[in-house]
Design a protein around this ligand. Structure first.
Ligand code: SF4
Length: 339
């Protein structure tokens, strides 16, 4: 094989990315792992029990890990995906292209020979079918320098293969959703216990998060979307009261604390006299919305049916006390308004 060879590999921590690294390391190629953060993960990228992170995986593989935060520029990819969305708000093909472009930049910066990913042809219907792999090649700007070691034998040889920097005969031709061949390779390479299921960390693939995101988008539009509110979309119960008014009700003490940093400029609903939930209101509330939000907040308190509730509503320096009754837990409006 030709001299010293260096590569940049996207490392999500999932099994396929681990296998791709291990396969190239086996050929003596120097690998730098690259973890790209979009702003739509919890930034832990860890195993389900939280005991291992992608950094641990990189350490165990014996490679350095670069972490690139693209969350500021990612909004364009998210709002205007050329290739559309998956089942939820996940623009996987555009997102993957974005990550490959980041990897290409780092390849140039570090003087590496090529970029590689752990993609397996035919594994994910939205982003890994043959024509989609081809799209990434064509639109990434580094077509000949993008290697997919796990499906390489089903794809045209890349420049590093043609130049003898990578031994093509030691690459794989995996296809489809079966995991058997990958698990067998993991055992052969001794990496079967290394992977963390990091792919599942992306909120954009989550239906509840995506429904709330779309609802927020309908309220504010792309131009005025309050990006700082994104963490709120994962907290509490959400109810759409009117096109301009939404209320978020805490489910427990921990969520009450999590809502606190987002109070500025929003309505805050706090129950006086009884213990229970508190709520934040985003947007512009009519008198009707204020009362309904107070009744909904009361629904999640210890107040009994028809008991008069006092709810303190504040918005920055503005304050008023609303007296009303909690909604009954079977009130059909609750499910009708829930996002
Ligand atoms: S699952 Fe999320 S992070 Fe992964 S490619 Fe799709 S949008 Fe991007």
């Amino acid at each position: 094989m030709a001299g010293h060879v260096k590569a940049i590999g996207l490392l999500s921590g999932g099994l396929d990315s681990v296998l791709a690294v291990a396969l190239l390391k086996q050929q003596g190629i120097e690998v730098t792992g690259l973890l790209v953060r979009t702003g739509f993960t919890d930034h832990k990228e860890s195993s389900p029990d939280g005991s291992r992170t992608v950094s641990d995986v990189a350490n165990a593989l014996g490679i350095p890990l670069r972490i690139e935060d693209i969350s500021r520029e990612y909004w364009t990819t998210l709002f205007y995906p050329k290739h559309g969305y998956g089942k939820n708000m996940n623009p996987c093909l555009d997102c993957h292209l974005h990550m490959v472009r980041v990897a290409a930049r780092i390849m140039r910066e570090e003087g590496a020979d090529f970029v590689f990913t752990g993609e397996v042809m035919g594994q994910r219907p939205k982003s890994q079918m043959a024509h989609q792999l081809k799209t990434v090649l064509e639109e990434s700007g580094i077509s000949g320098s993008l290697l997919r070691p796990l499906s390489a034998l089903r794809l045209a040889p890349t420049i590093p293969e043609l130049e003898g920097k990578v031994d093509r005969s030691r690459l794989k031709g995996f296809f489809g959703r079966q995991r058997g061949p990958q698990l067998a390779l993991a055992r052969e390479l001794g990496v079967e216990h290394l992977a963390v299921a990091a792919g599942g960390n992306c909120f954009l693939t989550n239906k509840e998060f995506s429904d709330r995101f779309k609802d927020h988008l309908a309220q504010f539009g792309k131009e005025h979307f309050p990006k700082e509110d994104v963490p709120l979309l994962r907290i509490g119960r959400h109810f759409r009261l009117s096109p301009s008014a939404k209320v978020i009700i805490s489910r427990n003490e921990e969520e009450y604390e999590l809502l606190q940093p987002y109070k500025n400029g929003k309505y805050v609903f706090e129950l006086l006299d009884v213990t229970g939930a508190s709520a934040l209101g985003t947007g512009t509330f009519s008198e009707e919305d204020l009362i309904l939000a107070s009744q909904l907040t009361g629904r999640y308190s210890k107040a009994v049916k028809r008991e008069t509730l006092r709810v303190r509503v504040t918005r920055d320096d503005w304050e008023r006390i609303i007296e009303t009754t909690p909604l009954d837990k079977d009130d059909p409006r609750i499910e009708a308004l829930r996002i």
